[in-house]
Write a protein that binds this ligand. Structure first.
Ligand SMILES: *Cc1c(COP(=O)(O)O)cnc(C)c1O
Length: 411
């Protein structure tokens, strides 16, 4: 019989969202009339911007005419989209990134996992705790870790705890790590990084020959003009950082699928023979071999995000979610609950009241308010005592949920 990749057996069996589902289903079965509101999952709810839909409809028509029909596109993405991204997302903010350093893909989640293809197996890997679980699980699958302990921490990974005590910014490690995953604005904590903090990371990475894997999926939600949107706003980042971006959250593309990864040509890694090798060439080869590009129709939809109408419509979408976040922050504070995040990110990171554990607060909110959120401990051991509430919902649901919470908790 064939053998399997035993690393998969080390995975903590997709515990968080199935367990939420199990508890919500059990409650709904026992209370069939309970009007449950889900503020748990990080998926968008509002329809695609009109500019994107119009561009995709036109692209479908292009596919119906032999003269404009498209077969396989470039694996790296069409140059018109890569140019638009380079101009609007990077060069407009003073980042020295060119179109050929941008690789269009079908998702940041995939890219975060796939990027490990081009790195060796003996790198020391650092993640924050709590963390977006994809970074950890893809390293487990690739055999970069040992087993998990009872707290869910994998042997061999370096965990950098983030909590209110350090203002949700991980301390720069004292030891040498090779790959560092950073996500700002952060999922799940909603925290952001200042230029100074990112400068410390870039300086650390350059001093140690490390690579920062910077996830900027939520950059469009930044409201504070002093905060960097891209790691390439930091001097020296071209020598030490790969950046992931996505159209999922800013333009509602979670179901449409389009994202991008920036691999500067100046990045290098060590080969076994001791020579320096450019990472760009490896990623280009990886994508050309294992990927056949994003659909022409979807890339036209993504391009429309950068048109004047597209910019205005995505801005309105983000402003809508951020008003939800503002309401959540204000109402929870009203209810005497301590909140973090939600100012430059669509997630509000709640300190559970009365010292409740993350799961006890989950149960309490579900049973007394019929509101579903996400237990912080599901994102890592240091998330215990916290709870994530997502601003991705209708205004009606947010208002209803907040009214219930204020009623139960204010007293
Ligand atoms: C939603 C999200 C992404 C985007 O993933 P896609 O695959 O592009 O939809 C990336 N990183 C984080 C942390 C996210 O929450």
């Amino acid at each position: 019989m064939v053998t399997i990749n035993d690393n998969y057996l080390k995975l903590k069996a997709g515990y968080l969202f199935p367990e939420i589902g199990r508890r919500v289903n059990a409650f709904a079965a026992a209370n069939p009339d309970a009007p449950i509101i889900r503020l748990g999952i990080g998926d968008v709810t509002e329809p695609l911007p009109e500019a994107c839909r119009t561009a995709m409809i036109k692209a479908v028509e292009d596919m119906g005419d032999r003269a404009t029909f498209k077969g396989y596109g470039p694996e790296q993405g069409y140059s018109w989209l890569r140019e638009a991204i380079a101009t609007h997302d990077f060069q407009s903010r003073g980042c020295d990134i060119s179109a050929d350093e941008i690789f269009v893909s079908d998702g940041s989640k995939c890219d975060c996992g796939n990027i490990l293809d081009i790195f060796g197996n003996n790198n020391t890997i650092a993640v924050t705790d709590p963390v977006y679980p994809v970074y950890v699980d893809t390293n487990v699958m690739a055999g970069h870790t040992g087993d998990a302990n009872e707290r869910g921490e994998y042997d061999g990974l370096v965990y950098l705890p983030i909590s209110a005590e350090n203002d949700f910014t991980a301390e720069i490690p004292s030891q040498k790590v090779d790959l560092i995953y950073l996500c700002f604005p952060n999922n799940p904590t909603g925290a952001t990084a200042t230029k100074e903090h990112l400068t410390d990371w870039v300086n650390y990475a350059r001093a140690h020959g490390s690579i920062i894997l910077f996830d900027a999926a939520y950059e469009a939600f930044i409201t504070d003009p002093s905060l960097p949107h891209s790691i390439y706003e930091i001097e020296g980042a071209r020598e030490c950082a790969i950046e992931f971006r996505s159209f999922s959250k800013n333009a509602g593309f979670t179901g449409t699928r389009c994202a991008l990864t920036v691999v500067p040509k100046s990045l290098k890694g060590k080969a076994a023979d001791g020579s320096d090798v450019e990472l760009w060439g490896l990623w280009n080869r990886r994508q050309s071999t294992k990927f056949n590009g994003v659909s022409y129709i979807v890339q036209r939809g993504a391009e429309a995000v950068y048109s004047p109408e597209g910019k205005a419509q995505t801005r309105a979408l983000i402003d809508f979610y951020m008003e939800n976040a503002r309401i959540i922050r204000e109402q929870l504070t009203n209810a005497g609950i301590q909140v973090h995040g939600g100012v430059n990110a669509p997630y509000v990171w709640v300190k559970t009241p009365h010292g409740l554990s993350s799961w006890d607060f989950f149960d309490k909110l579900l049973h007394t308010c019929n509101v579903v959120g996400t237990p912080g401990s599901g994102f890592g051991a240091a998330g215990e005592g916290y709870f994530r509430i997502s601003a991705f919902n209708s205004r009606e649901n947010v208002n209803k949920a907040m009214r219930r919470i204020v009623e139960k908790f204010k007293s």
